[in-house]
Write a protein that binds this ligand. Structure first.
Ligand SMILES: Nc1ncnc2c1ncn2[C@@H]1O[C@H](COP(=O)(O)OP(=O)(O)OP(=O)(O)O)[C@@H](O)[C@H]1O
Length: 260
């Protein structure tokens, strides 16, 4: 197995030649009852990087993300996000940290009784406390333009196709300027063409908004399009790491099984 040794680089200054560490997970372990799900996860994500996590179902990819944002408490290990130890934060500090993190989960989680514009404005007023109507309008129009749906503002979520809902969900998440984006299977349930468009959009948004992302996916094309780096998870650990091309060329039987 060709796992790269994860070097402990937390707390390094973002000085010349060194990339700023935005997320650092060390020795993360988590069990539910007698089921040991995470058996020692180590991961460093640098600013502006898209890291894709691959792995069969039930490996603990989502559990890792939930630990990262303080929704689950690990049994062992440390999670450092934007310079803060997640498990040492009180509720108020955790809430504050979460405003810097955008989530895009399987369902786009739009409020069905609100128009697209109202969904966006709700996020802006709640998170960024913006109340000026012209600024709200400008931000909504800008983000809808960015995700390729400039005319969707007055539509209801029920009027949108699955692909459009994903785009609007992404817009709603990005409109509050998160530093980190966490995607949990962003292309699940979409047809191959729409999946490709959403993957491309994730990449475009990373470039435009300079976000740092962890993308959990089973979609290899999504991984190919979006990943600066791929990690593969198996049996509660990360077992292989590299660029998509590096892993694609791997001779390791387990890694190769992902690329068939
Ligand atoms: N709150 C919880 N209580 C008990 N067990 C849980 C809890 N959350 C997750 N698990 C268990 O942990 C294991 C890993 O779940 P997780 O959702 O992280 O898998 P995953 O790798 O994201 O899978 P998938 O690709 O199917 O989403 C599963 O067996 C799941 O049942």
């Amino acid at each position: 197995m060709e796992i790269a040794e994860h070097k402990a680089v937390a707390n390094e200054p973002a000085s010349k030649g060194k990339k700023e560490v935005v997320i650092e997970i060390k020795g993360l372990k988590k069990a539910f009852g007698d089921k040991q799900v995470l058996k020692g996860i180590d991961l460093v994500v640098h600013r502006g990087e898209n890291v894709v996590v691959l792995g069969r179902s039930g490996q603990g990819k989502s559990v890792t993300i939930q630990c990262l944002v303080g929704l689950l408490t690990p049994d062992e290990g440390t999670l450092n996000v934007l310079g803060q130890e997640v498990n040492k934060l009180d509720d108020k500090e955790l809430k504050e940290l979460r405003t810097k993190i955008g989530f895009l989960f399987q369902g786009a989680a739009l409020y069905d009784s609100m128009t697209v514009r109202e969904n966006m404005e709700f996020a802006l007023t709640r998170v960024l406390k913006i109340t000026d109507q012209s600024e709200l309008d400008q931000r909504v129009d800008d983000i809808l333009e960015s995700v390729g749906l400039p005319d969707a503002a007055e539509k209801m979520p029920s009027d949108l196709s699955g692909g459009m809902r994903k785009r609007i969900g992404l817009a709603r998440t990005l409109i509050v300027n998160p530093e980190i984006m966490l995607y949990d299977e962003p292309t699940t349930g979409l047809d191959p063409i729409t999946s490709r468009e959403i993957s491309q959009l994730i990449l475009d948004m990373q470039k435009k908004y300079k976000t740092t992302s962890i993308i959990i996916t089973h979609d290899m094309e999504c991984a190919k399009i979006t990943a600066d780096r791929v990690v593969i998870m198996d049996d509660g650990k990360y077992v292989a790491e590299g660029t998509f091309e590096e892993l694609h060329k791997s001779t390791d039987k387990f890694v190769k099984s992902y690329f068939i």
